[in-house]
Design a protein around this ligand. Structure first.
Ligand SMILES: [Mg+2]
Length: 239
């Protein structure tokens, strides 16, 4: 069922006497990855444009204006009616993988509209804010921390939790962390854009406030019908 920022804040204020923790995912929840993704695909086009007969396709990629980049790069090309060229098929994913999961490219991410304001309100209401991400410490720890600081999201005791290594399964790692914060009398909110994470947490912890952020996701699963769905961090009062 749909829920708004206004609804969430009014729920938070109802529990203001007890301890509360709000757990946010980062990628495609706090951050829109469109610019990170567009940067990588354009760099790819530029680096490989002279490979075989890729040039006309590469030029179209370089000129494309990507809005709300989808989870899979193929879909971004399909949306622009750009053919999936054999050069793309052969070389893109290794190229993408090295860059997407790196400190350097995180700086292109953009905040979802309204999210900073929402975090600020939670902090003012004495809610413990936790960023729980499938990014891993060795490859992305430094950049993640730095970017959150730049964006004013680590200034009031907010906590950042990354995977200690890349081989851990996101949803299992997230469940362990959520379990460690799940104490009697404490109200837990979990917000993530990847339905497989939400559903997995829901299976093990059905009593927490589990919210699916409806942005961009892998579509590997759809959110369970009992989950809340948030579509925007903007409230009616925001212009
Ligand atoms: Mg995510």
């Amino acid at each position: 069922m749909q829920i708004s920022i206004h609804d969430i804040l009014s729920l938070v204020s109802k529990h203001s006497s007890s301890e509360q923790v709000f757990i946010f995912d980062l990628d495609s929840t706090i951050y829109d990855l469109t610019r990170r993704q567009a940067k990588i695909i354009k760099e790819f086009a530029s680096n490989y444009k002279h490979e075989g007969d890729f040039l006309p396709i590469a030029e179209r990629i370089l000129q494309a204006d990507f809005q709300r980049f989808p989870f899979f790069a193929e879909n971004a090309l399909k949306e622009k009616r750009i053919p999936i060229h054999p050069v793309f098929k052969k070389y893109f994913y290794p190229f993408w993988y090295e860059r997407f999961f790196s400190n350097e490219y995180l700086y292109h991410d953009e905040l979802e509209p309204g999210v900073v304001n929402f975090v600020k309100k939670l902090v003012q209401m004495n809610v413990q804010v936790v960023y729980l991400t499938g990014r891993d410490m060795p490859r992305m720890g430094e950049g993640t921390k730095d970017k959150l600081c730049q964006d004013g999201l680590l200034q009031h005791g907010e906590q950042l939790v990354l995977k200690p290594n890349k081989d851990m399964v996101d949803r299992e790692f997230k469940l362990d962390v959520v379990l460690s914060m799940h104490e009697p009398g404490k109200k837990v909110y979990f917000l993530d854009n990847e339905a497989s994470n939400n559903n997995y947490i829901y299976t093990h912890l059905p009593d927490i406030m589990n919210i699916f952020y409806d942005s961009v996701h892998s579509e590997s699963e759809q959110p369970h019908e009992d989950l809340y769905i948030l579509s925007s961090f903007l409230s009616h009062n925001d212009s």
